[in-house]
Design a protein around this ligand. Structure first.
Ligand code: ZN
Length: 148
């Protein structure tokens, strides 16, 4: 996998997996959701402070591979300050991108770093996991989500 792997683990992904942003518990969170990816062993817990349908604050905890951690980190950075509807829209575009559907990658900003994931079927679930958890949290579901 040598060169391809280097392409996948782009600098920005490496940076976020090594020093994840918003990697903490959020004591005043009013939405909490968990996600599991049994295929890889990724676990993520998302904390959201939602006020008037706006994500005022968002953070995560958990353990997993570099892709899942970097995805959660970059996701929290991208979603802070966004409305619920905006967050769902970004999730939709992100999901399309990593599953190989053509999207406007520029519109996804830094999240476009994950475009290479589509070449690695087993990694797609790692990248999408934190987004599924956020989506469940925003919908108010309190059951853990699984990629299976
Ligand atoms: Zn993983």
């Amino acid at each position: 996998m040598g060169d391809e792997l280097n392409e996948l683990y782009q600098e920005v992904i490496l940076d976020h997996s090594k020093s994840p942003r918003n990697f903490k518990e959020l004591p005043n969170a009013n939405r909490v959701a968990e996600g599991h990816n049994p295929l890889c062993g990724d676990n993520v817990k998302i904390f959201i402070r939602l006020e008037n349908d706006v994500i005022q604050d968002i953070a995560f905890q958990g353990s997993g591979c570099a892709i899942s951690k970097a995805s959660a980190s970059m996701m929290t950075a991208a979603l802070k300050g966004k409305t619920k509807a905006e967050a769902e829209k970004i999730f939709g575009e992100f999901q399309k991108m990593v599953t190989g559907v053509e999207v406007d990658e520029k519109a996804l900003g830094k999240l476009a770093a994950f475009a290479g994931v589509k070449k690695f079927a087993s990694r797609v679930k790692c990248a999408i996991l934190p987004w599924h958890a956020v989506s469940a949290g925003l919908e108010g579901k309190d059951q853990p989500v699984s990629t299976e």
